[in-house]
Design a binder for this molecule. Structure first.
Ligand code: GLN
Length: 389
């Protein structure tokens, strides 16, 4: 006879004991509570093309309402493959090397889940998008952070080399980079090729901001470089492409060997993704070349925001890509970034993200991230408030 020990409280040993609610949820909730202008979480406050919304309704009315194929609607996979081939002269087989996901974050999660086991080491470049580290840890992996510092957030590869060990399984790269707005340069690529050459190290390349790149810079997708492509999962997002982050559709591309493992997880995680949207995206993308307009569209926003912000006491850091402008505030206060960000919401009704949230050690360089993917009048109103500081 077995006796089950009686408990009054269920004892859960958390897989992520130190993980709090993501800073994006926290700051957006605070912004709503204080009726603040929300430049924290990265999402546009303008709408997508109404034609695309109509097309999605049309696909629903036409009966595309059952499960899509597990890896994606073939027309959409084909269009992605063609787009990558023409932009980067690199071919992914639409049937075996591209999978449509429920947003960029799921693609990141699935890539990590399909590879990382107990005690595998993963190098990440911090400040880093806040899903990477907890996802690695959820599968027993160990995060090895490399800390980048303002103003330029450059990478010293000699230091990165010292983080590599026999247990290094993955390096997570993100360009254009969230939150810093930094992009990879030729030296970064060369060094990445050097340190992974003749190893089993895989790369996860988060390229969700691939089209948000400024000043005529060209996006260095890792699929351009055969030595890197063979070991890389690339993740991307339609939310950033269509100004519709709430639709949560993205994709992952990887060589077949890697994609096979990816799909083993994906099929039981989400099985497949929103069917009518995939049909609509395929038709829309076959008729509209939206990729080429995006850099100019967002660069105008970046330039406008920087011009407005130059009248404030904030110090603007460089921004080469992404939705984000980073600032330091040594001329305003010595408060910790989290305290200053909360004060800005409560007293000035402007929400930002404190960058210490993106460092494992909560390193605080007294800097904030503002999202400029907003209407002109939203940016104006926000800066009207910030200028008073
Ligand atoms: N990628 C967005 C950002 O950095 C937010 C994503 C999210 O909230 N999950 O702000």
């Amino acid at each position: 006879m077995f006796f089950i020990r009686q408990r009054t409280v269920i004892n859960i040993i958390s897989k992520l004991p130190n993980t709090k609610t993501t800073i994006f949820t926290e700051m957006s909730a605070l912004a709503r509570e204080y009726n603040a202008i929300n430049l924290s979480q990265g999402f546009p406050d303008f709408d997508c093309d109404p034609e695309l919304v109509k097309l999605i309704s049309k696909k629903m009315e036409a009966g595309h309402n059952q499960y899509a194929p597990m890896a994606g609607v073939p027309e959409l996979n084909r269009i992605i493959s063609n787009k990558i081939a023409s932009a980067h002269q690199s071919v992914y087989d639409p049937e075996t090397e591209i999978t449509i996901t429920a947003g960029g974050t799921q693609a990141i999660f699935t890539a990590i889940a399909s590879i990382i086991r107990q005690n595998d080491e993963v190098i990440i470049f911090e400040p880093a998008y806040d899903s990477y580290a907890p996802t690695v840890k959820a599968f027993g992996g160990l995060v090895k952070p490399y800390e980048m510092a303002p103003p330029h957030f450059e990478i010293n590869w000699d230091v990165v080399k010292k983080l590599i060990s026999v247990n290094t399984k993955m390096i997570i790269i993100n360009s254009p980079h969230n939150p810093t707005g930094r992009i990879l340069n030729d030296t970064d690529i060369k060094e990445l090729i050097n340190i992974t050459k003749n190893t089993d190290i895989l790369i996860l390349s988060d390229e969700v901001y691939e089209h948000l790149i400024y000043d005529e810079n060209e996006h260095k997708s890792l699929c351009k470089y055969p030595e890197l492509k063979e070991r890389t999962f690339i993740t991307a997002s339609f939310g950033k492409l269509f100004h519709a982050t709430g639709w949560k559709v993205g994709y992952c591309c990887a060589p077949e060997l890697l994609m096979k493992e990816f799909r083993k997880i994906h099929q039981f995680q989400v099985f497949s993704v929103n069917a009518p949207m995939q049909y609509a995206f395929a038709e829309y993308l076959s008729k509209n070349d939206i990729f080429s307009e995006l850099p100019k569209f967002f660069q105008e926003k970046r330039d406008y925001f920087r011009k407005l912000m130059s009248e404030t006491k904030f110090t603007l850091l460089p921004c080469d890509g992404s939705y984000f402008q980073n600032v330091t505030y040594e001329n305003i206060t010595n408060l910790k970034d989290i305290d200053f960000a909360i004060k800005l919401v409560k007293e000035n009704q402007v929400a930002s993200i404190p960058n210490s949230a993106f460092y494992s050690k909560t390193t605080d360089y007294r800097s904030l991230r503002f999202c400029f993917a907003k209407k002109q009048e939203t940016l104006e109103k926000a800066v009207e408030r910030l200028i008073k500081l």
